[in-house]
Design a protein around this ligand. Sequence first.
Ligand SMILES: O=c1ccn([C@@H]2O[C@H](COP(=O)(O)OP(=O)(O)O[C@H]3O[C@H](CO)[C@@H](O)[C@H](O)[C@H]3O)[C@@H](O)[C@H]2O)c(=O)[nH]1
Ligand SMILES: [Mn+2]
Length: 740
Amino acid sequence: MEGMRRYSSSSIPSSPSLHTLRHARRTALNYLFAAVYSCAVVVLLYRQAHRLVHSTTLASFFISLSLFLADTVLAFMWTTRQSFLVNIIYRDEHPGNLEEVLKKSDFPALDVFICTADPYKEPPMRLVSTALSVMAYDYPTEKISVYVSDDGGSQVTLYACMEAVKFASHWLPFCRKQNTAHRSPEAYFASNHSWSSDTEQIKIMYENMKARVEAVLERGKVEEYITEEIERRILSKWTDGFTRQDHPAVIEVLLEGTKNRDITDHSMPNFIYVSREKSRTSTHNFKSGALNVMLRVSATMTNAPIILNIDCDMYSNDPQTPLRALCYLLDPKLKSQLAYVQFPQIFPSINKDDTYSCAYKRTFQINPMGLDGLSGPNYIGTGCFFNRQAFFGGPSTISPPEISQLGPHHVVDKPIQSPPTLDLAHKVAGCNYENMTKWGSEVGFMYGSLVEDFYTGFRLQCKGWKSIFCNPKRPAFLGDSPISLIDVLNQLQRWVIGGLQVGFCRFTPITFGIKSMGPFMGLAYTHYCFGTIWCIPITIYAFLPQLALLNSLSIFPKLSEPWFFLYVFLFLGSYGHDFLEFVVEGGTVQMWWNDQRMWTIRGLSCFFFAALEYFLKCLGISTYGFSVTSKMIDDEQSKRYYQGVFEFGVSSPMFVPLAMAAIINLVSFFVGLVRVLRGSNFEGLLLQTLLAGFAVVNALPIYEAMVLRSDNGRMPFKTTITSTCLALALYALASLLLRD
Ligand SMILES: O=c1ccn([C@@H]2O[C@H](COP(=O)(O)OP(=O)(O)O[C@H]3O[C@H](CO)[C@@H](O)[C@H](O)[C@H]3O)[C@@H](O)[C@H]2O)c(=O)[nH]1
Ligand SMILES: [Mn+2]
């Protein structure tokens, strides 16, 4: 293989064998802890239930009921979380036997789908980096086809693609010559690379391209920047009636591997721009809809057996990545059952202490390692290599698409630009094409959840497909994450609404999932689906003990009672367990602190609003959509982010419960402190005061944002006022209720 010989022995993932697989079962100590802790939780629940049935007044009934509810939810979430941890598996660098695999089969063709939806939220230069980084893979160039899905139907995006393609004819030979590990130009120029006149030249070329793309983005117009007739012809498709929500399908082959050559006369990958047909009168199913169009369009043109799916906010950081994935996907022992190989999402841009806990270490690294020890990780929407066959039935059953040319075994025999191919491609990208077909319900990516990735992976695993989590030391993909609190919360709100949609659908993991995948996998998926219910215990513990404290009502056991130690044990046990797990997987103490703070913040804001929105939607009162997370960066905002300062800025209902909790905890902490110091009911109010104190320490950035700061990221005055009034109202209400 000519493309491969260059990366001979030393750089190919080689001599991989099972000895590098460290199976790390949870230690006996872990099991012991889980057992003891579960017993303690059961005892606690028993106590709560006992108090509930024996409560004599309305107030004590209300309190017991709330605490019982909160603790039941905590226990449920804690136990289901253990499903992820029962069989953690570490796969080191080179786990499959690649050389062996390559001896037996030729390199398969690789179709790459890159999703983008809005150039004003997802900078087109990020898309350019993503595209170039995969075009320059250490892989036979003629086997790679890059399909860009543009759900924004934007000329700006198309322009960026045309520029990327032109630049690629210089960039790919450059990468081959330098044999650099950085294949995204942005990352390459930011690294400490060697300098030569070549580098100088290509850097200038890159900077010029960047300036053009950014100018086009700013003006929203491309005309002035068009130099070639063919480009003009392509862009003429944007007629007057062409809008984001209403336009015909645009499919443009910007590079055809067999015809176009780079400046050293080497072959190039295929590059196809696709913007599916849109009309206001039909549903589009967001990203799954886009990906299903990609599946069909690519089937008509190249129909590669392996598919890489990647978002435009993420680029490839290691040119060997496809080889790593192939170690598994071509492995004769795994092949027939394996649907996908998932790489983690890793975000280099998060700040030092990860203020908003956006690394999602549990979601993207620890939990998938645990699932990997069972049937395999869930699919996370990006950085994932698929076996195309997985979209058409189970490992042993076939669910063919409506026309045979779209099936995974169809061999494409026409050039990608031949008229019949292009006709069919346009047809299958039409917005009515899927009517009365199995797309989205049985074939392709699944519809019906805002977390299409999670749902699709779940359904694949229910059909019996396996998956693998590959987490090499050099991250395979690097991505962007939001840097302001409101973006973080909105993103998470979308995720948890999507989870609820899966949790309450016909194929819910609680019943259907457990039945098809076994209890551990089923419970793990259940844990994700019902993440929203964290808001119940978090909200109760953020308000109830404090309001009771303000009314001098003791709701936890006294220092002298043995029950006191049960509470202390449960609190320290769960936090300690969480802390250990976080730190053992490479987190720092400060990161953990921020992580647990964000957990409370999420529970009080977006989990709560997600549940609200979901139920309003069920009642038919509101609707929701997929709002793309903004990755545009404001300089001032980014400066604050890297100083670790919380960003509020906009006035949003999301911040109201946070501010209310902060205020109530502060007041009740001082009131409690005074009472405890004065010795009036010292024993009875101690735990409540400590809890309020803990919340106050957590809420320090909120007080700062409310009163001390004057920058644009401070808490808007309106939010502060609203929250103060609501806090007062809540206090009044509670006094009525709790006084009896
Ligand atoms: O109608 C749409 C909406 C979104 N996208 C694309 O979907 C991707 C993910 O959107 P983003 O706003 O980046 O969402 P995140 O919350 O960052 O994404 C995570 O969660 C999503 C599910 O909610 C998954 O699809 C993603 O892969 C996963 O990274 C982006 O490339 C978008 O361009 C579309 O193509 N069409
Ligand atoms: Mn994303």
